[in-house]
Design a protein around this ligand. Sequence first.
Ligand SMILES: NC(=O)C1=CN([C@@H]2O[C@H](COP(=O)(O)OP(=O)(O)OC[C@H]3O[C@@H](n4cnc5c(N)ncnc54)[C@H](OP(=O)(O)O)[C@@H]3O)[C@@H](O)[C@H]2O)C=CC1
Ligand SMILES: Nc1nc2c(c(=O)[nH]1)N=C([C@H](O)[C@@H](O)CO)CN2
Length: 235
Amino acid sequence: MNSAPILITGAAQRIGLFCAKALQEKGHKVAISYRRHRPLIDELQETGIDCIQADFATTEGIVAFIRQIKQRYPKLRAIIHNASDWHSDSDGDLTEVFDQMMAVHAKAPLMINQALADRLSHIKADIIHMSDFVAQTGSAKHMAYAASKAALENLTLSFARKLAPRVKVNAIAPALISFNEGDDDQYRQKVLQKSLLGIEPGEQEVFKAVQWLLESDYMTGRILHLDGGRHLKLP
Ligand SMILES: NC(=O)C1=CN([C@@H]2O[C@H](COP(=O)(O)OP(=O)(O)OC[C@H]3O[C@@H](n4cnc5c(N)ncnc54)[C@H](OP(=O)(O)O)[C@@H]3O)[C@@H](O)[C@H]2O)C=CC1
Ligand SMILES: Nc1nc2c(c(=O)[nH]1)N=C([C@H](O)[C@@H](O)CO)CN2
């Protein structure tokens, strides 16, 4: 198995953590970023997953992360941009929410890809952007978040053209994957009814898509939608 690691940002919980552990179990070397330290970080480090602290809310934080990766890894198998803050437009001053959303979902992937793309080298090399169904539809309460994910999807197209044929660049755009602990039953039922399949698929659904993209020989510049048919659900 390739010794060059798969780098997953924001992988200390939920989807990113599931994918990090699953890729390690498949034999990949895995490195992750986290923003807030918790005991799990030390446990992951002991299993061989390299954990690097990073906050992409500022340019300085992004640059510091890039410096860390450059010092540790001359080669990379893949970069998965998973780090994300899911703020609603009413979570404080809208200009600050917008700046935060664009920083973590667009500025960080842009700067990290630009700085590290030359280290992506293997028979297959990949960049995967974690987007969101609402990038294509907009959102009533998460306009800044949705706009930043749309920017990330556009970066998918630019980097796919820029890095071909050495690196494949794709995005995964999920609708509901996993609820958050605080989501009440009323909210859960409302969200489940938004898709044709009406389920909460769980993190493994994203891991299956990641695995497929990593193994693909002919997919680049595309957005993989994991949404249970939400795009066909009539209001
Ligand atoms: N869960 C779902 O149903 C859906 C998820 N998605 C997308 O899938 C991806 C994974 O989702 P999910 O697992 O729920 O993600 P989370 O909401 O759990 O966030 C993932 C991680 O991002 C990190 N993070 C947040 N802000 C920053 C920042 N400024 N700098 C660095 N790291 C940051 C957090 O680190 P820490 O905890 O250390 O602070 C967190 O652990 C995301 O991109 C999300 O937008 C899309 C649609 C649905
Ligand atoms: N960074 C995050 N982005 C998103 C999350 C999340 O928990 N963290 N959750 C969703 C929801 O599942 C939404 O799709 C339905 O409630 C969207 N993005």
